[in-house]
Ligand binder design. Structure first.
Ligand code: PLP
Length: 479
């Protein structure tokens, strides 16, 4: 392309983009939950270099209406070709693949004896806080003291529900009354986030207020602003390491701000769900921020309650879940638990302790998971780069751990992309599921879960997602 025609194209694009931006704001207005609408286009991709570079498809923002109409025709044809393939693929399930579960099959022959290292007969009742050796092992992994850890049943989500139930019915150790006696209870939810956290709050009738998630965790200014003024705001969710679905990691600095900020509610709680603490995808193994020490140093020792589990380490559904907090919080939790339980499944805890052997055993085991799932993530990312990279309307995360990739397509098209994918046999997580009330104000967010399918299926499904994303974008832009 000559410099003159490049300039003309650039002017045309500028005028067209400005028209689009105006139309978009008229259509969407302000976001219903106060999230500011960012420009639709990822400007990094919108360069004249991209227009002139041969072999690369130019960004959609640089195309004339005629070129976009042609693009729509091409994408419809590509979609029709997918229809003919009769696919049946699934990218919804954030669960371990069978090969990952196989890694733990030595558990099936454990424990070798029912007695733990302290001589406790794990076949019998008792020991609500869990067996000592497993508490000590995970205390070291989670950077807390053994007396600050409970080893429980097989699900950390159940422990989260128990904690909120106890707060609701009995109140917190630092609270004035049960939360159920407050006129209103609200919670800060960093978005995008984990759908089951939101479902749980909704079930209690707790109102959810969103804040953005940055690369270093929940936006601490937005959190401090909300929590500092409003006593009905009683807490927040944080998935600190490799967040579901964005993969962000809370830095020590952000954790320090959350731990030390002043809150209008004296019993403000940080529910620190460290579900992916050890689930690294690269050799740079992130260490989770040390929230309990930070909160204690800031004189808010009872603010954080931490959760973790071996669901995605050993068996999902037959692992061991953990809760950690101040010693007072542990007593509070066990005290309420004891009203309806006589002891956890200590045999399962013992076989886990014997299987891992040591904290290093857990770390080594996680490297085996990494060998299985990291190539699947790489497949998704290379397909996204190849199929969407130069078009400038989609962005995605490149996580270094966890279970998900977060894909943002053109504003206003996520639900359509998911519908189109379903039409050709590819199941994707429901639109809006990473937002409270299932409402993604920009309708752009799609959670991709690459761990469960085989690598070839992951690749095929991602190609479908890319085609559907292009088709939905073309439909929207051509109108
Ligand atoms: N927390 C997060 C952030 C998750 O993504 C998941 C599962 O996907 C869970 C908790 C569930 O944990 P568990 O199996 O221990 O109940």
């Amino acid at each position: 392309m000559s410099p003159a025609s490049l300039e003309t194209a650039a002017c045309q694009v500028k005028a067209w983009r400005s028209l689009w931006e105006t139309t978009k704001r008229e259509v969407y207005g302000a976001s219903p939950r106060g999230v500011e609408l960012a420009p639709v286009w990822n400007d990094e991709h919108v360069t004249s270099q991209a227009v002139s570079s041969p072999g690369q498809r130019p960004p959609l923002a640089q195309r004339s209406p005629e070129e976009l109409a042609e693009f729509l025709r091409e994408e419809r044809a590509a979609y029709d070709a997918l229809l003919a393939q009769g696919l049946k693929l699934d990218l919804t399930r954030g669960k371990p693949a069978s090969a990952q579960l196989d890694l733990s099959d030595a558990l099936l022959d454990l424990p070798t004896s029912p007695f733990d290292q302290a001589g406790v007969d794990t076949r019998n009742y008792g020991g609500l806080e869990g067996i000592a050796e497993l508490r000590a092992m995970f205390a070291e992994l989670l950077w807390v003291e053994p007396e600050q850890v409970v080893a429980g049943g097989s699900s950390s989500l159940v422990m989260m529900r128990e904690v909120i139930t106890d707060l609701w019915l009995k109140g917190a150790v630092d609270g004035e009354r049960p939360w159920s006696q407050e006129e209103k209870v609200r919670f800060i939810c960093p978005v995008p986030g984990y759908d089951r956290h939101f479902t749980l709050l909704d079930w209690f009738g707790i109102e959810m207020v969103t804040v953005p998630t940055n690369d270093d965790g929940p936006d601490p200014d937005a959190v401090a602003e909300l929590a500092g003024k409003d006593p009905s705001i009683k807490g927040m969710w944080v998935v600190p390491t490799y967040a579901n679905p964005g993969g962000s990691i809370v830095t020590q600095e952000v954790a320090e701000r959350l731990a030390s900020m002043s809150t209008a509610a004296p019993d403000f709680k940080i529910l620190w769900d460290n579900a992916y603490a050890f689930h690294h995808l690269t050799e740079a193994e992130a260490k989770s921020a040390d929230i309990l020490s930070l909160a204690s140093a800031a004189d808010h020792p009872h603010r954080p309650i931490m959760f973790a589990s071996t669901s995605k380490i050993t068996y999902a559904g037959a692992g061991v879940a953990f809760l950690a907090g101040s010693v007072e919080n542990i007593k509070w939790y066990i005290g309420h638990l004891g009203k309806g339980a006589i002891g956890p499944d200590k045999l399962n805890q013992l076989r886990h302790a014997q299987f891992f052997g040591s904290p290093q055993g857990v770390r080594d085991h996680m490297r085996k998971h990494r060998q299985i799932i990291a190539p699947k993530f790489e497949r998704v990312l290379s397909v996204l780069r190849e199929e969407l990279g130069s078009l400038g309307f989609a962005t995605w995360t490149e996580p270094t751990g966890g279970y998900f990739i977060n894909l943002d397509v053109l504003d206003g098209t996520a639900a359509r992309v998911i519908e189109l994918a379903k039409g050709v046999g590819v199941a994707l997580t429901q639109a809006g599921s990473s937002f409270p009330y299932g409402h993604d104000p920009r309708d752009r967010n799609i959670r991709l879960a690459p761990t469960f399918p085989e690598p070839s299926e992951v690749e095929a499904a991602t190609r479908v997602v890319a085609t559907c994303a292009r088709l939905a974008a073309a439909e929207k832009l051509v109108g």
